[in-house]
Design a protein around this ligand. Structure first.
Ligand code: 2AM
Ligand code: CA
Length: 267
């Protein structure tokens, strides 16, 4: 399939900024909030409207591209051949509803399964984290430095408290040792935001047992571009067609945590 990465990138940046502007303009309005898979899995008209905005723009300009979107306005994507836009219109919907901050638009653009463009837009702060594979990663126009190694004892990691309390996904005892040994833990409630925090070195790693492709598609492209490691909790490759556990980290630290804390876990 013929494609022009520079052209795709130009449009993607323009559209994500415009969508962000629309979201900011929606703040004074009253949100229509409903639940999806469970009472805490929220969706609003803004999530839906934002995804529809992207699907209309993409289909109008690039009719051959396919779209995998959280809210289902894209295509039913069962393979990653050709150009596929993986979109979360609002990552961190609970934060969006409760706080009107700490959420982001996340778009990963894949070509034949390879992550080529990553965009995460922190709408409230007007901060666009962005990369084209092989061309460096940027926060707005500013280049983000490469990631450096870190020690477990000095690491600040993102991990939701849910996973160290009894839960239906994983044995909660498994993650207690890492929580005890690191310098600190944080939880921001948006996988895309936690991944830009890793990309910019504000935290050293992020781990979680279950995410959808649209939560992680953009973030892993950006982290890889900066020399970070992106795998599931077993250390295996991520699969953009299915749910995954996720472990993203600075280099070096990734191997240390895998070997000493994650190996053998039933993830
Ligand atoms: P969302 O806001 O787009 O739903 C919260 O810790 C993070 O997990 C957010 O990135 C959130 O994305 C994601 N998340 C929430 N519920 C989820 C689910 N049922 N499956 C996968 N990811 C989920
Ligand atoms: Ca979402």
């Amino acid at each position: 399939m013929e494609y022009n990465l520079e052209e795709i990138d130009t449009y993607a940046k323009r559209w994500i900024k415009e969508a962000g502007e629309n979201i900011r303009a929606s703040f004074p309005k009253i949100l229509n909030v409903t639940s999806k898979s469970n009472p805490n899995d929220l969706v609003t008209d803004i999530d839906k409207g934002t995804e529809q905005y992207f699907t209309e723009k993409i289909k109008g300009t690039f009719p051959g591209h396919r779209i995998m979107g959280e809210e289902g306005y894209g295509d039913e994507v069962k393979s990653l051949t050709g150009v596929v836009w993986i979109i979360d219109p609002i990552d961190g919907t609970m934060n969006f509803v409760h706080q009107q901050r700490n959420f982001a638009i996340s778009i990963g653009i894949y070509v034949d399964g390879e992550g080529m463009i990553g965009l995460i837009y922190d709408v409230v702060h007007d901060e666009l984290y962005h990369c084209v594979k092989g061309q460096g990663a940027y926060l707005n126009e500013k280049s983000i430095p490469k990631l450096t190694k870190a020690k477990v004892s000095e690491a600040v990691i993102a991990l939701n408290a849910t996973w160290v309390a009894p839960n239906e996904q994983i044995d909660h005892e498994l993650l207690i040792p890492i929580v005890k040994d690191v310098r600190g833990t944080r939880s921001y409630g948006s996988a895309a935001m936690e991944m830009v925090y890793v990309a910019t070195g504000r935290i050293d790693a992020y781990l979680t047992p279950r995410l959808a492709p649209w939560d992680i598609a953009a973030g892993i492209i950006i982290i890889k571009e900066l020399g970070g490691e992106t795998t599931d909790l077993r250390g295996d490759d991520l699969d953009m067609l299915n749910q995954n556990s996720l472990f993203v980290s600075k280099p070096g630290l990734h191997g240390d945590i895998l070997k000493h804390y994650l190996k053998g876990g039933n993830w």
